[in-house]
Design a protein around this ligand. Structure first.
Ligand code: ZN
Length: 197
Protein backbone atom coordinates (compact mmCIF):
# COMPACT_ATOMS: atom_id res chain seq x y z
CA UNK A 1 0.00 0.00 0.00
CA UNK A 2 1.42 3.41 -0.90
CA UNK A 3 2.37 5.55 2.05
CA UNK A 4 1.33 8.61 0.12
CA UNK A 5 -2.13 9.16 -1.29
CA UNK A 6 -3.47 12.22 -3.07
CA UNK A 7 -6.66 13.50 -1.46
CA UNK A 8 -6.90 17.01 -2.85
CA UNK A 9 -10.70 17.21 -2.85
CA UNK A 10 -10.81 16.57 0.91
CA UNK A 11 -8.17 19.27 1.43
CA UNK A 12 -10.23 21.64 -0.73
CA UNK A 13 -13.56 21.18 1.02
CA UNK A 14 -12.04 21.44 4.50
CA UNK A 15 -10.21 24.63 3.49
CA UNK A 16 -13.42 26.00 1.94
CA UNK A 17 -15.37 25.25 5.13
CA UNK A 18 -12.73 27.05 7.18
CA UNK A 19 -12.82 30.08 4.90
CA UNK A 20 -16.59 30.22 5.15
CA UNK A 21 -16.45 30.52 8.91
CA UNK A 22 -15.92 27.18 10.66
CA UNK A 23 -12.90 27.50 12.91
CA UNK A 24 -12.17 23.77 12.98
CA UNK A 25 -14.11 21.99 10.26
CA UNK A 26 -14.48 18.37 11.31
CA UNK A 27 -15.76 15.50 9.23
CA UNK A 28 -16.72 12.26 10.98
CA UNK A 29 -16.93 9.15 8.82
CA UNK A 30 -18.30 5.91 10.27
CA UNK A 31 -15.69 3.20 9.64
CA UNK A 32 -15.52 -0.29 11.13
CA UNK A 33 -11.76 -0.50 10.57
CA UNK A 34 -11.19 2.21 13.20
CA UNK A 35 -11.07 1.17 16.90
CA UNK A 36 -13.71 3.80 17.72
CA UNK A 37 -15.90 2.91 14.73
CA UNK A 38 -15.23 6.27 13.12
CA UNK A 39 -12.52 8.33 11.52
CA UNK A 40 -12.34 12.00 12.24
CA UNK A 41 -10.86 14.56 9.87
CA UNK A 42 -10.21 18.01 11.30
CA UNK A 43 -8.37 21.09 10.14
CA UNK A 44 -5.28 21.79 12.25
CA UNK A 45 -5.47 25.20 13.94
CA UNK A 46 -3.08 28.10 13.43
CA UNK A 47 -1.34 27.21 16.68
CA UNK A 48 -0.48 23.71 15.53
CA UNK A 49 2.72 22.65 13.77
CA UNK A 50 1.07 22.31 10.37
CA UNK A 51 -1.80 24.82 10.32
CA UNK A 52 -4.46 24.11 7.76
CA UNK A 53 -3.53 20.48 7.21
CA UNK A 54 -6.24 17.87 7.71
CA UNK A 55 -5.48 15.54 10.60
CA UNK A 56 -7.00 12.07 10.44
CA UNK A 57 -7.56 10.24 13.73
CA UNK A 58 -9.94 7.81 15.41
CA UNK A 59 -11.49 10.78 17.24
CA UNK A 60 -10.63 9.89 20.83
CA UNK A 61 -10.02 12.98 22.95
CA UNK A 62 -6.95 11.63 24.69
CA UNK A 63 -4.47 9.13 23.33
CA UNK A 64 -6.12 8.94 19.96
CA UNK A 65 -4.81 6.85 17.09
CA UNK A 66 -3.32 9.02 14.36
CA UNK A 67 -3.97 7.66 10.87
CA UNK A 68 -2.18 10.40 8.97
CA UNK A 69 -2.41 13.97 7.70
CA UNK A 70 -3.43 15.60 4.44
CA UNK A 71 -1.37 18.55 3.24
CA UNK A 72 -3.84 21.37 2.60
CA UNK A 73 -1.85 22.77 -0.32
CA UNK A 74 -0.94 19.64 -2.28
CA UNK A 75 -3.63 17.24 -1.06
CA UNK A 76 -0.97 14.61 -0.41
CA UNK A 77 -1.76 12.42 2.58
CA UNK A 78 1.02 11.04 4.68
CA UNK A 79 -0.36 7.71 5.89
CA UNK A 80 0.78 6.43 9.29
CA UNK A 81 2.47 3.02 9.20
CA UNK A 82 -0.18 1.14 11.18
CA UNK A 83 -3.18 2.62 9.37
CA UNK A 84 -5.45 -0.19 8.11
CA UNK A 85 -5.81 -0.32 4.32
CA UNK A 86 -9.60 -0.11 4.69
CA UNK A 87 -9.24 3.38 6.17
CA UNK A 88 -7.09 4.64 3.31
CA UNK A 89 -9.54 3.05 0.87
CA UNK A 90 -12.48 4.84 2.49
CA UNK A 91 -10.64 8.17 2.35
CA UNK A 92 -9.89 7.68 -1.35
CA UNK A 93 -13.53 6.82 -2.00
CA UNK A 94 -14.68 9.87 -0.01
CA UNK A 95 -12.20 12.08 -1.85
CA UNK A 96 -13.53 10.93 -5.22
CA UNK A 97 -17.12 11.78 -4.29
CA UNK A 98 -17.47 13.69 -0.99
CA UNK A 99 -21.15 14.46 -1.55
CA UNK A 100 -22.21 10.96 -2.60
CA UNK A 101 -20.12 8.98 -0.11
CA UNK A 102 -20.77 11.54 2.67
CA UNK A 103 -24.50 11.28 2.04
CA UNK A 104 -24.48 7.47 2.02
CA UNK A 105 -22.48 7.26 5.25
CA UNK A 106 -24.54 10.04 6.87
CA UNK A 107 -27.78 8.26 6.06
CA UNK A 108 -26.39 4.99 7.44
CA UNK A 109 -25.91 6.56 10.89
CA UNK A 110 -28.66 9.22 10.75
CA UNK A 111 -26.35 12.20 11.16
CA UNK A 112 -24.50 14.56 8.86
CA UNK A 113 -20.86 13.51 8.44
CA UNK A 114 -19.87 17.15 7.87
CA UNK A 115 -21.13 18.54 11.20
CA UNK A 116 -22.14 15.45 13.19
CA UNK A 117 -25.69 16.77 13.76
CA UNK A 118 -28.72 14.52 13.43
CA UNK A 119 -30.45 14.61 10.07
CA UNK A 120 -33.88 15.93 11.04
CA UNK A 121 -35.66 17.61 8.14
CA UNK A 122 -37.02 15.67 5.18
CA UNK A 123 -34.71 17.66 2.94
CA UNK A 124 -31.61 16.67 4.90
CA UNK A 125 -32.74 13.06 5.21
CA UNK A 126 -33.18 13.01 1.48
CA UNK A 127 -29.81 14.55 0.73
CA UNK A 128 -27.78 12.82 3.48
CA UNK A 129 -26.44 16.16 4.75
CA UNK A 130 -27.85 19.58 5.57
CA UNK A 131 -28.09 22.77 3.49
CA UNK A 132 -25.57 24.65 5.65
CA UNK A 133 -22.96 21.95 5.20
CA UNK A 134 -23.70 21.88 1.48
CA UNK A 135 -22.89 25.58 1.37
CA UNK A 136 -19.85 25.42 3.65
CA UNK A 137 -18.24 22.33 2.19
CA UNK A 138 -19.08 23.22 -1.40
CA UNK A 139 -21.42 20.25 -1.98
CA UNK A 140 -24.34 20.07 -4.38
CA UNK A 141 -27.74 20.98 -2.96
CA UNK A 142 -31.17 20.77 -4.49
CA UNK A 143 -31.63 18.57 -7.50
CA UNK A 144 -28.16 17.13 -7.56
CA UNK A 145 -28.48 15.34 -4.24
CA UNK A 146 -28.74 11.75 -3.16
CA UNK A 147 -32.49 11.66 -3.76
CA UNK A 148 -32.06 12.55 -7.39
CA UNK A 149 -29.42 9.84 -7.72
CA UNK A 150 -31.67 7.24 -6.11
CA UNK A 151 -34.57 8.24 -8.36
CA UNK A 152 -32.38 8.01 -11.43
CA UNK A 153 -31.13 4.57 -10.40
CA UNK A 154 -34.71 3.46 -9.89
CA UNK A 155 -35.72 4.60 -13.36
CA UNK A 156 -32.73 2.88 -14.96
CA UNK A 157 -32.85 -0.38 -13.06
CA UNK A 158 -36.57 -0.87 -12.42
CA UNK A 159 -38.90 1.30 -14.46
CA UNK A 160 -37.15 1.16 -17.84
CA UNK A 161 -36.71 -2.66 -17.91
CA UNK A 162 -40.34 -3.08 -16.84
CA UNK A 163 -41.48 -0.78 -19.60
CA UNK A 164 -39.48 -2.71 -22.17
CA UNK A 165 -41.00 -5.93 -20.88
CA UNK A 166 -44.51 -4.48 -21.10
CA UNK A 167 -43.84 -3.30 -24.66
CA UNK A 168 -42.62 -6.76 -25.66
CA UNK A 169 -45.73 -8.36 -24.17
CA UNK A 170 -48.06 -5.98 -26.01
CA UNK A 171 -46.16 -6.62 -29.23
CA UNK A 172 -46.43 -10.33 -28.73
CA UNK A 173 -50.16 -10.23 -28.00
CA UNK A 174 -51.20 -7.99 -30.87
CA UNK A 175 -51.59 -9.59 -34.25
CA UNK A 176 -50.86 -7.65 -37.41
CA UNK A 177 -54.54 -6.98 -38.04
CA UNK A 178 -54.79 -5.29 -34.61
CA UNK A 179 -56.66 -8.13 -32.96
CA UNK A 180 -55.43 -9.91 -29.91
CA UNK A 181 -53.84 -13.29 -30.20
CA UNK A 182 -56.13 -16.17 -29.18
CA UNK A 183 -56.10 -16.73 -25.45
CA UNK A 184 -54.67 -20.27 -25.61
CA UNK A 185 -51.42 -19.14 -27.25
CA UNK A 186 -51.29 -15.69 -25.53
CA UNK A 187 -50.63 -17.13 -22.08
CA UNK A 188 -47.76 -19.23 -23.35
CA UNK A 189 -46.27 -16.28 -25.22
CA UNK A 190 -46.34 -14.05 -22.14
CA UNK A 191 -44.85 -16.75 -19.96
CA UNK A 192 -42.00 -17.21 -22.41
CA UNK A 193 -41.24 -13.47 -22.27
CA UNK A 194 -41.39 -13.39 -18.46
CA UNK A 195 -39.04 -16.37 -18.33
CA UNK A 196 -36.60 -14.31 -20.37
CA UNK A 197 -36.71 -16.47 -23.48
ZN1 ZN B 1 -24.07 19.04 8.51
Amino acid sequence: MPRKTRLNRIAEIVTKAHESGRAVPTIVLPCKASPTGEIRLHRATEKSRFPGDVQVTDGRRDGNTWFGAINHRTGNMFVARETPAAITALLVEFNDDPAGVGARLGLSVGSCVFCNRALTTDESKGAGYGPKCAERFDLPWGKATAVADVAEDYVTTVIRPRRLLAERIVEELLLEDGHMRPWETAVDAVERILAGE
